[in-house]
Write a protein that binds this ligand. Structure first.
Ligand code: ZN
Ligand code: ZN
Length: 175
């Protein structure tokens, strides 16, 4: 019989619950394995990049061997030793310019679309505000008219009451 009781495992123990200890060890083990596997993946990725870079040490593709071996404006491929023509570099520059223009055009279109969307939204908000103001104005007008009608009615009642009073007075004089 141990001194303590583990409620998770329903076990008696003296210093540490053996089932809890085993569970903790297992958790630690899988944590270490997981971290190792993450590190291995990262190492594999870096090795793959290094070996790619070894075979493709440049920034541009060689038109002959098709490896990425060329630095900008290189005259010769360091791998297959083919001569690289001036036309090839002109073509590369032309493509880069076209890409940049294309990108700029797309950015412009996206920007214009965003501005148009913003303008429409502002217009919509303005319309909604005007509509709300109109409704509030109409409500205030209706209230004013109702008040005026009540005042007119009270005025008539007061006048009629006054006239009746005068009539009663006049009749009482004649009597
Ligand atoms: Zn336990
Ligand atoms: Zn080459």
């Amino acid at each position: 019989m141990g001194r303590f009781h583990c409620s998770s495992h329903n076990l008696e123990y003296n210093s540490v619950c053996p089932a809890c200890r085993d569970e903790q060890a297992e958790a630690d083990r899988s944590e270490i394995l997981e971290s190792l596997s993450t590190q291995t993946d990262e190492m594999k990725r870096q090795l793959a990049y290094l070996s790619y870079k070894q075979g493709n040490p440049g920034d541009y593709k060689c038109p002959e061997c098709l490896y990425v071996t060329l630095k900008r404006e290189a005259r010769r491929c360091p791998v297959c030793h083919s001569a690289i023509t001036k036309e090839y570099w002109e073509e590369i520059a032309r493509k880069a310019r076209e890409d940049a223009e294309q990108r700029a055009k797309q950015e412009k279109v996206a920007k214009e679309a965003a501005e148009e969307e913003k303008r429409r939204k502002e217009e919509r908000l303005l319309q909604e505000k005007k509509q709300a103001e109109k409704i509030a104005w109409e409500a205030a007008e209706a209230k004013k008219e109702a008040k005026e009608a009540v005042q007119l009615f009270l005025g008539i009642v007061f006048f009629l009451g006054f006239a009746a009073l005068c009539l009663v007075k006049i009749i009482s004089w004649f009597n």
